[in-house]
Design a protein around this ligand. Structure first.
Ligand code: BG6
Length: 519
């Protein structure tokens, strides 16, 4: 492979979503070889392989592609194909014809390797040089997907550079999973390492929340309409709540969760991304950098907080045993690979301010947790009350609000007051609802599939940029630090199946507000 400079790698090509709708074109013109580091792990089996199958089945992928699993597991390519086939059958919603599945997995092969083993990178290099029949090296897209444990990233990145796999005659890209680093300093060090091998526009830092249809729709909703944007600011918005509640526990990820906790796992990435999409200014265009510039400004505008503020406005929790109907579930400390006296938080609630012109004084309440009452992710925008209570005090209880539900339903609901029929003057809170699946009669595209296609096409819009990642860490680092310095004495402090610790309700109650009630 020739060693052209990083600038020549230009991962990004302008993509106009209106000219190139994903549904009709996808990435059919992008033959590729994907090296899947950690290719036999959970992420690869549960998400990546089934995800890749979807656009393959929908004829949105080039026919020419190879996926090379690269991991420590002792497997040959035959066994790997069988593993991938089983994963696709297990994790794809719709059944697929046997011959299609067999054809799909025939694109997979496996290299059993330790991530330090130089000779195995030479094998990869030989495979890449061999390329794809009928595809010139210039037209070949090489993707390195780092689905391996985060601590192996530096080793893999260094080896890719050393073996000439970070650059090529064709386009070379690297996809990196969250959490990117464990705090700002480590994220910065990792970024430096990555940028020593790759150009920034070759680096696709993936956050699957950005692949969710409703999250993308937020930009269309805000900037494709003229009705709401004039109200989208401190003059009309009372406060914003973002909830990402999960009913599942940590499942088999005890080791990871003990290290990460909820702030590194969800708040630093998914939740701050949602906040940024909600709060950002209109970008100059839908160009990746224009969008990411605006998001970066939001992260930088998060108010810096001191210990006093943290003590009163950030709540942590850890689930104890509980029930979902008849089913009893263990507490966090009873899960596999979790210390009996663990202080790792599984719940977070906090109040933030974004100190910019638009949002000055508007609280953003963020809440996320495991083993809560139900699975729901929602952005809730509550508007201020009308200036006069001409309709009577009942209107006070039901201010206008927008509910942007991301999952399980994908919907947008506007609450407004209507007159209850009859002789009295009684206001009645009513709903205008838009439901994605009802409106389009189609399920939305799996987030990973959307993002993989974007990566193949070189569209970085829905991927985090270096400065954004570091700025997001700057928002959460003080919280993590303060909590690590002051371990909780009351864990576990909420029962599985509830809505989290009472402190979270008090946080809202002190401001005369309530969390959204999803009962
Ligand atoms: C992952 C977190 O990024 O997102 C998990 O690591 C979490 O802890 C998951 O369960 C939630 O994703 P989703 O799409 O189910 O909301």
């Amino acid at each position: 492979m020739s060693d052209s400079g990083p600038a020549a790698q230009g991962g990004q090509q302008p993509v106009d979503p209106c000219v190139l709708p994903l549904g009709t074109q996808g990435a059919r013109d992008y033959p590729f070889i994907m090296i899947m580091f950690g290719g036999a792990g959970d992420l690869a089996r549960k998400k990546l392989a089934p995800t890749l199958f979807r656009p393959y089945r929908d004829n949105l992928l080039a026919h020419d592609f190879r996926v090379i699993g690269f991991a420590r597991t002792q497997l040959n390519s035959q066994a790997y194909m069988a593993m991938i086939k089983e994963s696709v059958i297990k994790h794809c919603e719709d059944p697929a014809p046997e011959d299609m599945l067999n054809e799909f997995v025939s694109h997979f092969e496996f290299i059993s390797a330790n991530f330090e083993d130089d000779s195995k990178y030479e094998e990869v290099r030989a495979a890449v040089e061999k390329g794809l029949p009928g595809v010139s090296q210039e037209n070949l897209n090489l993707l390195h997907y780092l689905a391996a444990p985060p601590d192996s990233a530096p080793v893999i990145i260094d080896r890719l550079k050393h073996h000439g796999l970070a650059q090529g005659p064709g386009r070379v890209r690297v996809i990196m999973e969250k959490p990117f680093g464990g705090d700002r300093a480590s994220a910065r060090a990792l970024n430096q390492r990555v940028l020593n091998a790759f150009d920034e526009n070759q680096v696709f830092r993936i956050d699957h929340y950005l692949g969710k249809e409703t999250v993308q729709n937020l930009m269309f909703f805000r900037f494709g309409n003229n009705v709401f944007e004039p109200l989208w600011n401190r003059n009309y918005v009372d406060h914003i709540q973002i909830t990402a509640a999960e009913d599942i526990g940590i499942e088999t990820r005890g080791n990871f969760y003990e290290q990460a906790g909820v702030v590194r796992d969800i708040i630093q990435n998914h939740m701050l991304q949602l906040a940024a999409h909600t709060a950002m200014e209109p970008p100059a265009s839908f160009d990746a950098d224009a969008v990411r510039d605006e998001k970066f400004k939001i992260y930088k505008s998060f108010r810096k907080v001191d210990e006093e503020y943290l003590r009163h406005n950030m709540v942590r929790g850890q689930y104890g045993p509980g029930r979902y109907g008849e089913q009893a579930v263990p507490g966090y400390r009873e899960e596999a690979n979790v210390a009996k006296d663990s202080v790792s938080p599984t719940f977070f609630a906090g109040k933030f301010y974004i100190d910019n012109w638009r949002w000055s004084g508007v609280p953003f309440y963020l809440r996320a947790g495991k083993r809560l009452n139900k699975r729901i992710t929602e952005i809730y925008v509550e508007f201020k009350q009308p200036p006069l209570k001409l309709m009577g005090s009942a209107c006070q209880d039901a201010p206008n609000a927008l509910h942007l539900q991301i999952q399980p339903e994908e919907s947008i609901t506007l609450r407004f007051n209507a007159k209850q029929p009859g002789v009295g003057n009684i206001p009645h809170p009513s709903l205008l609802e838009f439901n994605y699946s009802k409106a389009f009669q189609t399920a939305s595209y799996p987030p990973y599939a959307r993002l993989l296609l974007d990566c193949l096409r070189g569209d970085l819009t829905l991927f985090a940029r270096q400065d954004g990642v570091e700025a997001m860490w700057s928002v959460v680092d003080p919280i993590i630090q303060y909590w690590e310095d002051n371990p909780p004495a009351n864990f576990p402090n909420y029962k599985a199946g509830t809505w989290g610790p009472e402190d979270a309700d008090e946080l809202m109650g002190r401001d005369g507000r309530r969390w959204r009630d999803f009962a």
